[in-house]
Design a binder for this molecule. Sequence first.
Ligand SMILES: [Zn+2]
Length: 213
Amino acid sequence: MIYIYTGCMASGKTENAIDKILSFKEPFIVFQPSNNLRDKGFAKSRTGKSLPATRVNPHEDFLKIIAEKSKGYDIIGIEELFFFQKDRKKFIEFILKSSKKKEIVLPLPDYYFNGESIELLELLRPYSIVHTGESGLCEECGCLATRSQRLYKGKPEFFDAEKVVPESPKGTKSPFSYFPVCFKHWQVLPPKEDRLYPKYIKNYLNIKNLKFS
Ligand SMILES: [Zn+2]
């Protein structure tokens, strides 16, 4: 079976995924993309729970490495699946095939900073048990958080800015910052490319307006 734990930042995804992995009471292996610089070698929840994680470079032959290293384990966790964009079709096939005999646990966000859905999540959704966490609070007002705000040098990002940017290790300087927000405090600037404006309307403006008209 495939278990997906999703939601915006601080919604308890990793915590719920760790609990699920441990609930099977069997040997497990957890993979983590090596460009995650925040929690090197550990799947870590914001409340402090953690599991050791094997780092895999998503720009190399990650599928072969994951297939090889997960042999003999019936419980497989993969963090931040959306970093593994190379060979998406083969990766989906691998997960679906593995899930016939194994338990696959995937903590990952439901939306990018700009409101577009995470493609790998949507492709796996029909075959998965999906749990959306709702424990995050907006850092601006304390209401329930529904999106992850991304800032670049303290300013909201343009809709068409690079979607996948790793979080930096704690205490290091990075031009990017992330925090959970409610719909009202979620800010995304219009795309620089005009042809993307309809997508901006669909994924951002319509959602904001529906909630606040
Ligand atoms: Zn708010």
